[in-house]
Write a protein that binds this ligand. Structure first.
Ligand SMILES: [Zn+2]
Length: 293
């Protein structure tokens, strides 16, 4: 099995590769390869600038490559609500990572930490962390995925909520979908095809692992957290439903979709999405029942 956190060895943190993502919730609630992107005219770095933060663990000033607001052009949103942009994958630049102590966090969750959390990060992450690269203008998918894994490890270590860990897993899953798209474009050329097929398999396996963990985390968060801080409720509900469909949890998906469709607060755009997903769900259930016959 590919570990969610496999590859942290690059950061000197190979001991963390086997951390369990939702162990805490269960206890308390009874619940590489370098892939180059397709070449394009506009440089990825044209969309980026350095944003400065103060690391809440070691208090050093850190610079994070950040996508300029409004610069990237949205092409479409897929069924998982993953936005696809022209010429750039902004997902690669959402994790803030301190090159001094290794503390990493998704920008949505950047903020102050408690003394206990700081100590936990210092003892578990910073002690063995080694920064793998010099500062870079752009990241490869592989580098970006490493940053997500580091932020997941930090979230586990500082006992972040299930919803935050689920959110990181979702974003990493989306990143792997984008990675798959980029690789498929490359595989279109015959010469690259053989090697690409093997990589595609690995990417899909890792994608499933992250997305399954996102589903488990969002389902756990529904039980324990109530409204999820800063996240639009019907969006999270929809994403949970679409992931439940992906992993064959049809009853769960059906229940959540009914909730979305009957809630007065659901936007008409989200209702349309939910209706679309319901059609897919009905087709899947029918397919499954026919197989049983
Ligand atoms: Zn730091």
């Amino acid at each position: 099995m590919l570990g969610l956190l496999q590859g942290l060895g690059k950061f000197g943190l190979s001991e963390l590769e086997n951390l369990n993502v939702y162990e805490d919730e269960k206890k308390t609630t009874a619940q590489d390869k370098d892939i180059k992107e397709a070449p394009h005219m506009i440089q990825e770095e044209d969309y980026l600038f350095d944003k400065t933060y103060e690391c809440p663990v070691c208090y050093q000033k850190i610079k994070a490559r950040t996508v300029r607001t409004g610069r990237a052009k949205l092409v479409r949103t897929d069924i998982y609500l993953r936005p696809v942009y022209e010429n750039i994958e902004p997902l690669k630049y959402e994790v803030i990572s301190c090159p001094c102590c290794g503390y990493s966090v998704h920008s949505r969750y950047f903020g102050g930490l408690t003394g206990l959390q700081i100590k936990a990060i210092r003892d578990t992450i910073s002690m063995s962390f080694s920064s793998p690269t010099d500062e870079k203008l752009t990241y490869t998918y592989e580098e970006a995925l490493g940053r997500y894994k580091l932020s997941l490890a930090c979230a586990i270590v500082r006992r972040a909520k299930a919803s935050e860990k689920a959110y990181i897993c979702l974003k990493a899953g989306w990143l792997l979908m984008s990675m798959e798209d980029a690789l498929k474009a490359k595989a279109a050329s015959e010469a690259e095809n053989q090697e690409c097929q093997q990589k595609l398999k690995e990417i899909r396996a890792e994608q499933n692992e992250f997305l399954k963990n996102a589903l488990d985390g969002f389902l756990a968060a529904r039980q324990t957290e109530g409204p999820l801080a800063g996240l639009d409720e019907s969006t999270v509900e929809y994403i949970t439903a679409v992931l439940a469909v992906r992993f064959g949890q049809y009853e769960t998906a059906s229940r959540i979709l009914s909730g979305i469709l009957t809630a007065p607060s659901t936007s008409s755009r989200m209702k349309d999405k939910a209706v679309e997903l319901k059609q897919i769900l009905i087709a899947r259930v029918k397919e499954k029942n026919e197989q049983k016959k």
